[in-house]
Design a protein around this ligand. Structure first.
Ligand code: FMN
Length: 405
């Protein structure tokens, strides 16, 4: 063999860019998916998803809080067959997990809410569409055969609120989730610094950011314009930015009486999202809610708000089984979900994790995140020595220990 031929054999090949499928397959944890999405998003979008309110104390606390509990396994039990399914608000789900509402989802990936709803349906989990969605209520319903919930903000224009509720009901959404932790919009310092707007404004800086993320940019420009899809055109209002919408529509005067009115409008199950105390969950039960979501909005509203996992036990003790109790904010592992069930939750909600999946690879990325979480939960249950979600609830107290107790 001639020297040139030998050289051609050892010459390094140019690095191949991994396909999305390969990159997702290499993701072992949700943190891996997060890192992949972070590379694919312009900085403004990454900060919008990742950021929290004010000093971001609650944002950090949400994940750290899970680290303060330890699991105590029960050994030598037959855990060959594990059933991770659960009943969430009366319907069977493959895991005790629902996808939380998130606004402006088409900013994270052009396929947006419809892709997330399809991935949730494929995984046998409910998906909650946000009032601030960038896809119409009816279009998400047409795109997904799954269990759909609709999240409602109680805005100043109650006619518009009534109209959204009617459209969700007519489109077949099964459950209504009323978010109550937004009397005013939290201050997201990162967004203000970045000059983040929805839809994105074309400034010199944002153009430079987009140029470094051509795939994200091509999808954004290739699809319909990013708008508040369920508000534009309704009652002649077309808010041009989050800021404008916030100023126009967030209502600081909403009370439990408004919740009672909405309860009368909605024939299906209703949950109240954003409560964090025994008193407020009791109040939600009195108004006729079927579920309470203990949430601090992923650390995006009241900074220094308590981590939901830390109030779960007292809340469950206060209301017993009169209401379903869900927890979100900071769940990043199957073991976090297991811990929440053991401490008394009926289920957990995921926010950022599925957005990481969406950013990393559209619908396939969301599917990968749900797979990772489901596998982790199953394995955690096996290693804990429990074979079903109800058993984990029943035996919860004996498998969890808080560090300082
Ligand atoms: C980018 C983003 C947008 C959100 N938009 C909404 C919304 O429109 N309505 C709502 O009730 N909650 C919204 N949330 C809060 C989530 O529903 C959920 O409470 C939170 O993300 C859970 O915390 P986690 O992200 O740590 O899982 C949003 C959260 C994020 C990260």
């Amino acid at each position: 063999m001639k020297p040139a031929e030998v050289l051609s054999l050892v010459r390094p090949r140019p690095p191949q860019l991994p396909t999305t499928a390969t990159a997702l397959a290499h993701c072992i944890t949700i943190e891996d998916v997060r890192a992949l999405a972070a590379r694919r998003w312009p900085r403004e979008v990454r900060d919008y998803v990742e950021g929290g309110a004010e000093g971001e104390a609650t944002l950090g606390r949400n994940t750290a809080a899970y680290g303060e509990y330890d699991l105590v396994p029960k050994t030598l039990r037959d855990v060959t067959h594990v059933d991770t399914s659960a009943t969430l608000l009366g319907c069977a789900a493959a895991l005790p997990v629902a996808l939380a509402p998130t606004g402006y989802t088409r900013m994270m990936h052009g396929d947006g809410e419809s892709a997330v709803a399809r991935a949730a349906a494929d995984a046998g989990l409910p998906y909650t569409l946000s009032t601030m969605a960038t896809t119409r209520i009816e279009d998400v319903a047409a795109a997904s055969p799954g269990d759909l919930w609709f999240q409602l903000y109680v805005w100043k224009d109650r006619g518009l609120v009534r109209e959204l509720v009617r459209r969700a009901e007519e489109s077949g959404y099964r459950s209504l989730m009323v978010t109550v932790d937004t009397p005013v919009s939290g201050l997201r310092a990162r967004d203000t610094r970045n000059g983040f707007t929805v839809p994105p404004q074309l400034t010199f800086r944002s153009l430079a950011g987009m140029a470094r993320h051509p795939a994200w940019c091509a999808r954004l420009l290739g699809g319909p314009p990013i708008t508040f899809a369920n508000i534009d055109g309704a009652r002649g209002e077309t808010p041009s930015s989050v800021m404008e919408l916030g100023l126009k529509q967030f209502d600081s005067s909403v009370t439990w009486d408004d919740l009672a009115t909405i309860r009368q409008w909605w024939p299906g199950t209703l949950t109240v999202k954003g409560v964090l105390s025994e008193a407020d969950v009791r109040r939600a039960v009195d108004v006729g809610a079927d579920g309470a979501v203990l949430s601090n909005h992923g650390g995006r509203q009241l900074d220094r708000a308590v981590a939901p996992i830390d109030v779960l036990q007292p809340v469950r003790e206060a209301v017993g089984d009169r209401v379903e109790v869900y927890v979100d904010s900071g769940i990043r592992h199957g073991s976090d979900a297991a811990l929440a069930i053991a401490l008394g939750a009926d289920g957990v909600l995921l926010g950022r994790p599925y957005l990481y999946g969406l950013g990393a690879g559209g619908q396939a990325g969301v599917t990968r995140v749900l797979e990772i979480l489901g596998d982790e939960l199953r394995r955690t249950m096996q290693l804990l020595g429990v074979t079903s979600v109800p058993q984990l609830r029943r035996e919860g107290r004996s498998v969890v220990r808080r560090r300082d107790s």
